[in-house]
Structures are given as structure tokens and as C-alpha cells.
Design a protein around this ligand. Structure first.
Ligand code: SF4
Length: 671
């Protein structure tokens, strides 16, 4: 129930409770007695004034929920405050609703807040709406006054594509039009308020939607790891194969926990939408608060999203602003990359500015600091709503219209047309530019990191660099230490490896062992099949032995081109380089600006091989058994060999080449 303050929402709810027999025996009489004691005339709205402050101030502060039973269904009425200062509460209330009643005072007519509330219903995706023109007794039940307001509100709704299912003249105080058409409104041939409550279509049951369990917490309980969360939509059952988004990890539901369980026959086998559950999985996969458990049709791992938002903060929302983005239980930093179609919902006049002022609405694109699970609102309202925090408090919120996924694919939204333009099918590509040059940024970040320990360096790099960060591992000693530091701190970094097809068997084994140990997927990037075929046709399967040109071509096909793909669109690249690995690397900076437009970061740049080895042993990090056979770095089997006793450490491939020709091209500029 929405509408301008004092237009009669609470009175209508009180009257509806009375008309539907929803009041406890004696309640009405008790309130009438209280009113008499206070020397106030009885008001139906007193029924709802649960808070003393409301009685004292005469305004509804809370978003009250009232159950009532109509002839054919049970209805929860949410009384959303109409006062301008409480728009936040109005949104909270309306966001939970499947349909709305918009109330207008027949004497006052359509007010700013009426228009604003109507627009916010559209913003929140509530398409079922009936308009109630209240206080008809104050206009002598005038049909012409009713028609005047009817025409004005219908015209306003049509501007953003809403059509009221009914427009009803009532007097909530007297009961006209609430449950019956009385003689005072004999000219009205449409439904009563109770009729429309009965006729609204029921929302699609959330249990019919795909499974979504946003993870709230993970508890260790004896030897079990219990994943706790609420089944927001769908249904989960023991044995279900689940996907954990955004990690992409797969597992099976082993049990659904319940306490106490008197006997085995009462152990739950499944849980439905609305239930809070604790589940265990069949393997010790890593997951964290904010991840979403799903089965079929999983939500997207979103890097960037487009949302239609309502902004409440006194500081306007502007491009480049950093906000905290929350979707279900997930939370991350986000940077506003684009603002379009900003409008004051009271006026519905686009202001043309690329800012969203307080109490206004706009369509925005936000680049996220890490991938989080999200749906388009039209697909799943529970995981398709976004909340924006600024300075530690809620500053805005809205609907997810479109997303860009981690792999760069766009998922268009279909929630509805944008306010003044069609919803975009593909999001704008460019990130918000940093005012510094890339080199200045690299120097700045390098200075911040230099004095820190590697674990802190990685965590700080994550906060300093917006957008996707990629760590490329070849499963060498340094790579394993870096992966350990990333995994132990659960830092949002995309871990990938270039599977050239020529790796050592030991490396493939370590790959699998590392994924098991840290419970996270290490994404393989493979050579392009067509390129590989062309190379083999030209040089032969082992052609790289023949010439430096052939080796460069082989490395390009198997490593450099796949690396370019892995880093496309990334803002940061983490590598396991050390300065004393080779002559070529001695001047490598801890952070450098790559000519591809990202920052390259070597967290172990100033560590010695001995220090890395000691750390790996002390931390029980799985290491490649080839190191015990005197292999210093790990690469392709044909091009990597152990170092002889007393021989200087070497990095890069092509061991038979001269020092300055050993690098394969991965760590050179201008590839
Ligand atoms: Fe080919 Fe050797 Fe380069 Fe590996 S290191 S891609 S096998 S040339």
C-alpha cells in the first residue's frame, strides 16, 4: 500500500481488517475506549499504530505487515510510509510485494509523492497495480472529480508503461468501495478493493525458480563443515550436484542438517524456498560467505552490471564514485562507470546530467572489484536486486538489468524498458580511467607494496587495482607460494595456467593436487587449435628444436597468444618472477605498467630462492617434485632442464640458448 502521506493507507488497512473479520474480539472496542480516554476521535488507522512514536507524531514510521483473509486467499498487506523522508522504508516495503495499491486522496488529488511512488513501483518491477481514490466522502462522492483524478493518474502511469488493473472510488473511513459498492458510489461499476485483492495474479512460487542458496556462513562442527544459508528460490535435495558461483566449483550435497533429529527417518532429505538450511558437501571445496549455491541454470559470475537504481544519499551518485555493492549475501567494492537516464521520479523529466541526485533514479553501470553471483532481476528477483552502500550505510538500490560475466560474455536484461530509452543489450566497455598515467600508477602502487610482506603485498594490490586481476602459474616453486597466499586469504584473483600440451607429467599431477588442497579451480588456457595445427604443419610436432624462429613460433602459439587471451580486459597480472632468477630479470620492478594497459606485479621479486623454498616447506605447500631433481623453473618438458651442480640458476626456456635469448616472450614488452 503506497501513496502520499495522509492519503489514507492506514485507514484503509484498518477498515479492510474489520471488513474481513481480521480483528480479535473486543479489539475495536478497546481502541475506541483508548481514543475516548485521550480525547481523540477514533481513527481506523489506530489499528496499525503499533508504535507509540507513530501515535505521538501522527506519521507512520514502520513498514507494517498485516495479514488478512479475503474470500479466496490470504494477503499480506505492507503499509509503506508515504512521507518523503521515509522513501527508504517505502522501497524496503514495496520491494517485497507482488502487487500494489496506490492510494490517492480525492480532495488533494495526485501529488508529487503519488507520482514518485508510482514510478518507484515501476522501478522495483511491480507491474500489478490498482489505484484507490480515497476520501470520496470529502468530495461528496463526485463522479466527475473521480474521473478527473482517474485520467491524471492513468496518464502518469502510461508514461512508464504501467496500466492499473482497476481504479476504485472509496471512502475507507465509511466503508464505501472497500468490501461493497454502496449507494454513495452507485455510479461505479468496477470492483471493490477486496475484489482486486482477490483478482491479482499470484506471483510465480519461488520454489519453481532455479535453486539459489546465498551462503551466509560456514561452520566447523565436529568433523563436518556445514554451509549455512537460506534457500531463496528453488529446492535442494541430498545428492544434488551443485555449482558454487562465482568460483565455478562443483560438489554434491551430502546431507541436510537438522537438530535435534530423534531418529533417522526424520533426517531431512530436501529443503524448499524459504527454509534456512545447513548442508554438507561430499568434498572439502572452498567456499565463502556471499557465494551462491545453485543447481541448473546457475547465476552469472558478474564483473560488471547495469542496474536501474534509486539513490537516497545526500551526495549525488557520480561516475567514478566508489560504492559497496551488495547482492544477496555477496559484497564487494564497485566503481560507477556510467550513468544514463537520470530522472526525478516526481517530475519524470530527464535532467540530462550524468549524475543521480538524492531521491532520483538512474541507470548505472558498475565495475566490480571481484566477481559476485547475480541474476538479471527478471530471471530471479531474489538474486537480481542490488543494494549500494556509501560511507557504511545504505545509499541506494535497484534492479539488475544486465550483467557482464567473468568470461566477458554479456547477459542482457529483459526486466523492462529503460525509462526513456530501451535497455542496452551490451554494456559499454571502457573502465573509468585513472587520472594517473599507467607508469605513474605502477610507481605509486610499487612504492606502497615495497615494504610489505608478500601476503600483504597481494592483498594490497587487490585493493589498489580495480577490475580483474589474473595470476598465471606454471606450478613452479614461486607460483605455488603465491597461490598459497592468494588462497589462504581468499583474495579475488583469477588463477590461470597456460597448458601448452608439453608440460611434465609431474606438473599435471601437482596441478590436480593443488586444486584439491586449496579447493579452487585453476583455469587452463589452451592453445588455439587452428594455430596449433598450422604450426605443426609448418614445423612438425617437434619442430621447435630446429631453429630459434621455430621455437619463437611454437611459444607464440602455445603460450603467448593464450596468455594474451587470459589477460584480455584484466587490470592486473601477478607473476612469480624473482630478480635474482636470471641476468634478464635483475632490474625487474615490483610493479610495472605493461604496454597492454595493465599493471604487472611480482610479489616475490626481492626474495631469494632459498627464502621461497623455506617458506614453502614451513607452510606445507605442495611443491613440484622436479625441484628435488634440480629443476629451478618449471616449463615445457622439451625446453626445460635441471641445472648442474654449481651452475647458476636460470629462468626462461630453451636451455641451450645464450642467456640473453632464453626468454620465450611471456615476460617481454611489445608482444
Ligand atoms: Fe614450444 Fe618449448 Fe616454447 Fe613450450 S617452451 S611452447 S615446447 S618452444
Amino acid at each position: 500500500m503506497v501513496g502520499h502521506v495522509d492519503h489514507g493507507k492506514s485507514t484503509l488497512i484498518g477498515r479492510l481488517l474489520h471488513e474481513t473479520g481480521g480483528l480479535a474480539d473486543g479489539k475495536l472496542e478497546a481502541l475506541e475506549a483508548v481514543s475516548a480516554r485521550r480525547g481523540m476521535p477514533f481513527e481506523w488507522s489506530f489499528l496499525l499504530d503499533a508504535l507509540q512514536t507513530e501515535r505521538d507524531q501522527g506519521i507512520t514510521l514502520d513498514t507494517s505487515q498485516i495479514w488478512l483473509r479475503t474470500p479466496s486467499r490470504r494477503v499480506v498487506l505492507i503499509d509503506a510510509p508515504g512521507h518523503r523522508e521515509f522513501l527508504r522504508n517505502m522501497i524496503t516495503g514495496a520491494a517485497q510485494a507482488d502487487a500494489a495499491l496506490l492510494i490517492i486522496d480525492a480532495a488533494e488529488g495526485v501529488r508529487d509523492q503519488t507520482r514518485r511512488h508510482a514510478y518507484l513501483l515501476h522501478l522495483l518491477g511491480i507491474h500489478q497495480l490498482a489505484v484507490v481514490i480515497n476520501k470520496m466522502d470529502r468530495v461528496a462522492f463526485s463522479e466527475s472529480r473521480f474521473q478527473e483524478i482517474e485520467a491524471e493518474i492513468a496518464g502518469h502511469l502510461s508514461r512508464f508503461g504501467l496500466t492499473a488493473t482497476a481504479i476504485i472510488p472509496i471512502s475507507a473511513r465509511n466503508g464505501d468501495g472497500v468490501a461493497q459498492r454502496t449507494p454513495s458510489i452507485a455510479w461505479h461499476t468496477g470492483p471493490t478493493v477486496l475484489d482486486v485483492l482477490d483478482r491479482f495474479s499470484a506471483a510465480k512460487p519461488v520454489s519453481d525458480l532455479p535453486l539459489r542458496i546465498p551462503v551466509q556462513a560456514i561452520y566447523k562442527f565436529d568433523d563436518r563443515r556445514i554451509v549455512a544459508g537460506r534457500v531463496e528460490t528453488g529446492r535442494v535435495a541430498i545428492g544434488d550436484e551443485i555449482t558454487i558461483v562465482p568460483r565455478g566449483t562443483l560438489a554434491r550435497v551430502q546431507s541436510i542438517e537438522a537438530w535435534p533429529v530423534p531418529n533417522d527417518s526424520q533426517v531431512p532429505l530436501s529443503a524448499d524456498a524459504g527454509q534456512s538450511v545447513g548442508i554438507t558437501l561430499d568434498q572439502p571445496v572452498f567456499l565463502d560467505r556471499g557465494d551462491v549455491i545453485s543447481t541448473s541454470d546457475a547465476p552469472k559470475a558478474v564483473r560488471r552490471l547495469r542496474a536501474r537504481v534509486f539513490w537516497l544519499h545526500e551526495s549525488p551518485l557520480v561516475p567514478g564514485m566508489s560504492v559497496t555493492v551488495r547482492i544477496a549475501m555477496a559484497e564487494c567494492r564497485g566503481k560507477v562507470a556510467l550513468i544514463e537516464n537520470a530522472v526525478d521520479p516526481g517530475e519524470l523529466t530527464p535532467n540530462g546530467a550524468a549524475i543521480v541526485a538524492r531521491n532520483c533514479v538512474g541507470e548505472i553501470e558498475i565495475a566490480l572489484s571481484k566477481p559476485i553471483a547475480a541474476d538479471i532481476h527478471a530471471a530471479n528477483p531474489r538474486t537480481g536486486r542490488v543494494v549500494l552502500d556509501l560511507d557504511g550505510r545504505i545509499a541506494g538500490g535497484g534492479l539488475v538489468l544486465a550483467v557482464d560475466t567473468e568470461d566477458g560474455r554479456s547477459a542482457p536484461g529483459s526486466i523492462g524498458e529503460s525509462m526513456n530509452a530501451p535497455a542496452p543489450q551490451k554494456m559499454a566497455a571502457p573502465e573509468v580511467a585513472d587520472a594517473r598515467s599507467p607508469q605513474e600508477h605502477a610507481t605509486h602502487v610499487g612504492e606502497l607494496l615495497r615494504s610489505l610482506a608478500p601476503a600483504e603485498r597481494i592483498a594490497r594490490f587487490r585493493t589498489e587495482v580495480d577490475g580483474r586481476i589474473v595470476f598465471t602459474t606454471s606450478f613452479g616453486l614461486e607460483d605455488q607460494v603465491i597461490l598459497h597466499l592468494i588462497a589462504e586469504q581468499s583474495i579475488d584473483i583469477d588463477v590461470v595456467t597456460l597448458d601448452t600440451g608439453r608440460l611434465f607429467p609431474e606438473t599435471y599431477d601437482l596441478w590436480a593436487e593443488t586444486e584439491r588442497r586449496y579447493g579452487r579451480r585453476i583455469r587452463a588456457i589452451y592453445p588455439n587449435h587452428g594455430n596449433l595445427e598450422t604450426f605443426v604443419n609448418k614445423y612438425g610436432i617437434n619442430g621447435f628444436y630446429e631453429s630459434r624462429e621455430a621455437r619463437a613460433a611454437c611459444c607464440h602459439v602455445r603460450k603467448v597468444e593464450p596468455l594474451n587471451r587470459a589477460l584480455a580486459g584484466a587490470s592486473g597480472w601477478i607473476v612469480g618472477l624473482r630478480a635474482d632468477q636470471s641476468h634478464n630479470r635483475k632490474d625487474t620492478a615490483i610493479v610495472s605498467a605493461e604496454d597492454r594497459g595493465l599493471l604487472k606485479f611480482s610479489p616475490l621479486i626481492d626474495w631469494t630462492r632459498e627464502a621461497v623454498h623455506s617458506f614453502a616447506i614451513a607452510s606445507k605447500i605442495p611443491i613440484n617434485p622436479l625441484h628435488a631433481k634440480s629443476f629451478a623453473s618449471i616449463g615445457c618438458a622439451p625446453c626445460t632442464r635441471a641445472i648442474a651442480p654449481g651452475e647458476a640458476e636460470r629462468a626462461g626456456r630453451w636451455w641451450w640458448e645464450q642467456d640473453d635469448k632464453k626468454e620465450c616472450g611471456l615476460h617481454r614488452k611489445g608482444r
